[in-house]
Design a protein around this ligand. Structure first.
Ligand SMILES: Nc1ncnc2c1ncn2[C@@H]1O[C@H](COP(=O)(O)OP(=O)(O)OP(=O)(O)O)[C@@H](O)[C@H]1O
Ligand SMILES: [Mg+2]
Length: 240
């Protein structure tokens, strides 16, 4: 049997994205390799969510190419994305995870046990039978993470996955993310939280107005930013 083709490296070659007459992402060249999490940071509207959608293959670039393991058309089976406002099926929390498992080809006989394990991993086992759409925003984010992990992705794209979480839930989710990274999943994650960047990131991609302003190891970005824009952002000043 042939091994499934790898999604890595993920390469953006001269990628631009335009919509509604504006350029959202402008000539990005980027290679994402296996390893510690890559965090995408930048001001509101700088293009982080748009970049994640391109990395998932949900949007096609207006110019340039996106490729996964050298292929421009690779099915999404080995990558997963968690949106900031996840869309839940009109079913129970458990059924949402079971659906993710079914999509990932998990045999029916194993699904109930795997669903329990995944709900437990994100701290939602007690809410397994609750309708997913009735869960709070933070609970839905954690459920979406469980559903994404069910796919055992090689690349996990996360759009501000802790934006609606309280501090304890944030730490909890960060531990899940780190555990996934340590078991070989490549995490690419948008975040506004510089503390989180320090806790999670291997490297940082700093976007300003749809362009890559700086790419650096996390410690260098935070402690020795190379550009005035990054220095301002790290200082908590407005970057536009
Ligand atoms: N379909 C679209 N049509 C027109 N403009 C769009 C479209 N999608 C995104 N944009 C614009 O592109 C820019 C980047 O949006 P994006 O959501 O990627 O930013 P972001 O960095 O994720 O912002 P935030 O930090 O607020 O989540 C924004 O100015 C947004 O209004
Ligand atoms: Mg966004």
């Amino acid at each position: 049997m042939r091994a499934a083709p790898s999604d890595l490296p993920l390469v953006l070659d001269g990628v631009s994205l335009a919509a509604g007459g504006t350029t959202i992402l402008d000539r990005l060249n980027l290679t994402i390799m296996p390893g510690a999490p890559t965090l995408i940071v930048g001001p509101n509207g700088s293009g982080k969510t748009s970049l994640l959608r391109l990395c998932m293959g949900l949007a096609a670039p207006s110019k340039g190419t996106v490729s996964w393991g050298g292929r421009t058309h690779l099915p999404q089976t080995r990558r997963a994305i968690v949106f900031q406002k996840p869309v839940m099926l009109r079913r129970s929390a458990a059924a949402n995870v079971a659906y993710g498992l079914a999509q990932a080809g998990c045999p029916r006989a194993l699904r109930a046990r795997r669903t329990e394990e995944l709900l437990d991993r994100v701290g939602l086992l007690a809410l397994a039978s609750r309708p997913a759409r009735r869960l709070s925003g933070g609970e839905q984010q954690r459920l979406a993470l469980a559903r994404a992990l069910a796919r055992e992705p090689e690349i996990l794209l996360l759009d501000e996955p802790t934006a609606s979480l309280d501090p304890a839930a944030t730490r909890f989710v960060e531990e899940i993310i780190l555990a996934a990274a340590q078991s070989g999943t490549k995490i690419v994650m948008a975040s506004h939280d510089l503390g989180q960047v320090r806790r999670l990131a291997g490297d940082v991609l700093f976007l300003v107005r749809g362009r890559i302003c700086e790419r650096a190891d996390a410690a260098d970005f935070l402690d020795r930013p190379a550009t005035p824009e990054a220095a301002a952002f790290v200082q908590g000043e407005l970057v536009i």
